[in-house]
Design a protein around this ligand. Structure first.
Ligand code: ZN
Length: 192
C-alpha cells in the first residue's frame, strides 16, 4: 500500500497570529493485520507551538486493550497512543490520563513505560516526602518491568477508539458505561 502524506498550509497561526508560519502535516500508514493509522503534527515556526497526535482509523467503538508484559520481547509490541488514551498499570498503581495538552504517539511497550516513568518523575517533583517515596517505589517497579524481571498489565482505554495495542495477545473489548464515565473527568497522573 502506498504511503499517503498531506500538508496543509494555514494562513495564520491560530496561536500567535503570525502569517505563513503554521502548518499541519499528516501521514497515513497501514499496520499489517490491524488497519490504518494517521499521524498528524501541527507546528508554528514563529511561536514554536507544536502538537502531535495519532489515531487508528475506521469505525472504532470506545475500546479497552489489556496486554500482559511478561518478557523483554513484549517490550517491542507496538502501541498507538492517541491524545485521548488513558494508560493504566494496575499492578503498579499508576494511571496516566490525558491532559489538555496531551499528545499522541506511536511507540512500543518500552516507549510507553519510559513516558509513564517521565510522567511520574514530573508528578513527584516538589511534593511531600511520603508521596515522593511512593512514587520512587513505582519507578523502581517500572524499571524491573523494563528489564523483564517483573510482570505487569498494560491497559489502554480510549473513549474514541483511537488507541491500540497491536498484538494478538492483547485482549480487546468495548469500554463499559462505567469505565466511559470515569474517563475524562480528571486529567492528571495518579502516580504519586
Ligand atoms: Zn504561532
Amino acid at each position: 500500500m502506498p504511503k499517503r502524506e498531506f500538508l496543509l498550509p494555514i494562513e495564520r497561526c491560530p496561536i500567535c497570529g503570525a502569517k505563513g508560519t503554521f502548518r499541519v502535516k499528516g501521514r497515513i500508514d497501514y499496520i499489517p493485520y490491524f488497519g490504518e493509522m494517521m499521524q498528524t503534527s501541527a507546528s508554528c515556526t514563529s511561536c514554536k507551538f507544536r502538537h502531535a497526535d495519532v489515531m487508528c482509523l475506521g469505525e472504532r467503538p470506545p475500546l479497552r486493550y489489556e496486554f500482559q508484559v511478561t518478557s523483554e520481547e513484549d517490550l517491542k509490541v507496538r502501541v498507538v497512543k492517541s491524545s485521548t488514551g488513558t494508560i493504566k498499570l494496575p499492578e503498579l498503581g499508576v494511571t496516566v490520563e490525558p491532559g489538555p495538552a496531551s499528545q499522541g504517539y506511536v511507540s512500543n511497550v518500552e516507549g510507553v513505560l519510559g513516558r509513564v516513568k517521565e510522567a511520574i518523575e514530573l508528578a513527584i517533583e516538589g511534593i511531600d516526602a511520603v508521596r515522593r517515596r511512593r512514587g520512587k517505589a513505582r519507578i523502581k517497579k517500572l524499571d524491573e518491568v523494563c528489564a523483564g524481571k517483573r510482570r505487569a498489565r498494560l491497559i489502554l482505554m480510549d473513549p474514541f477508539g483511537h488507541s491500540a495495542i497491536v498484538n494478538e495477545r492483547a485482549r480487546k473489548r468495548k469500554l463499559t458505561k462505567r469505565e466511559l464515565a470515569s474517563l475524562g473527568r480528571t486529567s492528571r497522573t495518579r502516580a504519586a
